[in-house]
Write a protein that binds this ligand. Sequence first.
Ligand code: SF4
Ligand code: SF4
Length: 768
Amino acid sequence: MKDDLKVGVFLCECGGNISDTIDLEKVKESLDVEFIGQFVNLCSLNGRKLIRDAIFDHGLDRIVIAACSPISHEKTFQDYIKPLNPYLMDMANIREQCSWVHSDKDRATHKAITLINASIEKIKQSDAVDPIYCQTPKEVAVIGGGIAGMNAALSLAKQGTKVTLIEQSPSIGGQMAKIGKVFSPVKIAEECGMCLLNPILNELVWNENIEVLTNTKVIEAERRGGTYNLILEKSPRYVDVEKCIGCGKCAEVCEIEVPDDWNDNLSMRKAIYRPFGQSYPEAYVIDMDNCSKCGDCFRQCNMKAIRLKSKSERIPLQVGSIIVATGHQLFDMDKRPEYGYNRYDDVITQSELGRITGVNGPTKGKLLKANGEVPKRVVMIQCVGSRDEKPDGHRYCSKICCTVALKNANIIKHKYPDTDVLICYTDIRTPGMFEKYYKHTQENEVRFLRGRPGEVVKKGDNFIVRTEDTIKGEFVEIEADMVVLSTAMEPSQGTKEIAEILNVGTTEDGFIKESHPKIKPVATDVQGIFVCGTAHDPKDITDSIMQGIAAASKVSEYNYGGVEIEPFIAEIDREKCILCGECVKRCNYKSMNIQDDEVYINPMSCNGCGKCLIGCNQRAITINGNIDEKITSTIKGVLSKKREGQRMILVFLDNIGYTAADNIGVNRLSYPDSIHIIKVISVNRVRPRHIQYALENGADGLFIGEFPGDLMYGEVERKIQNVKDRIAELGENPERITFSKVYIPYYSGLARKFIEFDKKIAELDEAK
Ligand code: SF4
Ligand code: SF4
């Protein structure tokens, strides 16, 4: 490290996101550097000019950007500091990990000072290194065969990319296949959903670059460098799709009948069935949970297609990128018993109304009550589970329910002009072109009442919907023959499961989170994984398709543009290396091999964990980038600003854990300001001497977090236990060190762990 380095610090106000909570004047007063600049939005082009001018005017050779998270903007600022080398810049995260998690101005300001100081000390250890560019495998997995996933797959396939489309259910098509009619922003008319879906479906199944796997789910995922190794589980269909001609003779003889979930359980289907008329693959499937194994279908099938003894199979799949399109599910009406959904036959959901009014539905399109009569009065209740502050409700707006209600109201009015349709709404939300459709619906004599009903009760043959008319300010009781509930959209079970398997971030509502909704739409927190459709948040068909295509475009960019890899990986000194192969044996990531009498390192899979270093007796391996020195300096930087009586806990997280920690701030949860997060390239790089140094220099506690799916997890866990034993021998309390699992989707759990650890350290301090 040179002593005369000129460091410039740039403070970002982030349009008040930072400056409203952190006193930037105080921050400036406390720092001892060559130059300090402040700007309202450093990531803007004006910010870029400010940074470049300062570099030239003040001869700066190291830069600290005190702003948002490096997860969002590291690449931006690496570019903004040109002509300096990109790795001569460090970011102090004073937004996600400071102003968004702490509200006390004085404490947040002091924490910002410590974080910036840590960055200053760290960047002094940095040398200029060049980024490494690599290609990832071009194959893509699209998870979810609804309209978003289908469009993403098709777009990629047309560009020549091999796609595996993975669908959990027996057919692709998703929710759009059962929706009946759809609304469209440019037409004052309802269109046939299946007619719009079918051409896409046909094009998709004929495309040679797409392999469709139905009845299949991802059960394991491991990332190695830029490659995802997935394990898929394909459940048996019990019918050979190559042989089945879809004649349906099997279903004719099958005596088992069960509710048909495709028709929202409003009709029955056989145990051997085709999900819907245009389902793909065009073959029957056996629902083995309900099958009696009588063998009648087996005997009836002329094509010898029945395979009652099929077993599930595990399929390995290697891809370079993944698109998550796992869709949504509807709000569970058990959570709103006041509307009588499970008590009364004629209290139904909009989805059920869509099936009933669909020509391929249980009544062939006739709107009938359970007793077979046409309802004369239909009341629709909006925002059931959406914009709902009650327990189990969702605070967000499900975006499409207003337009869905308008559509279904219009369909009723077209078919049954005498039926009175009343929509009870909170606010009607019909953005953009849909406003015209709203006006059209009003002209169609659909009535509207502003007020969210409190309950639906049965009185004789009628329903009474009790509500407040919030415009007139009076309580009203509305009589109805049928009540239709506009239920919230929420993340599907498949979305929740895949978020956990792929370890991608989710919002507090459980949808897959975009890395940055403004500048990185459809990208998740994890490089190479993208999201589209209602797995991301509630949206209509048009937006789902657009997002599917956007995700495909981002995958192409990623596939063809290559991936930039941080250069902090192992390097071999060939003069010293005696080719003993010890490092090759030790590398958990299998990043090393011996080729042509040289140890070769795969930059895509080496994550700089440093395990190989320990095994090399020749000291022939280094990890680029002075990692050990940077960790020590960061610790020094944080602790040198410790105030009298202040509790300081250092948290070491790698990229995954750091992203989880960012999500705490993004979702505006909080944790104690004693928590200071230090990002490391691998948790394994935190050495016993770092821990000892931290404890000797004022750290009150150390929290080391690791994702259990990481190949180094077991090793790090053992290492921390050894460190605790050694610390105990030196007379320190080992309870001051903790090792914890960290998952990106469970950021609220991480916040809780920070709170608990802080409390524990406070108790240890008191006991002392
Ligand atoms: S009888 Fe055989 S060919 Fe016909 S639909 Fe059933 S499984 Fe397919
Ligand atoms: S074996 Fe199962 S699917 Fe086939 S006819 Fe019997 S019950 Fe139906």
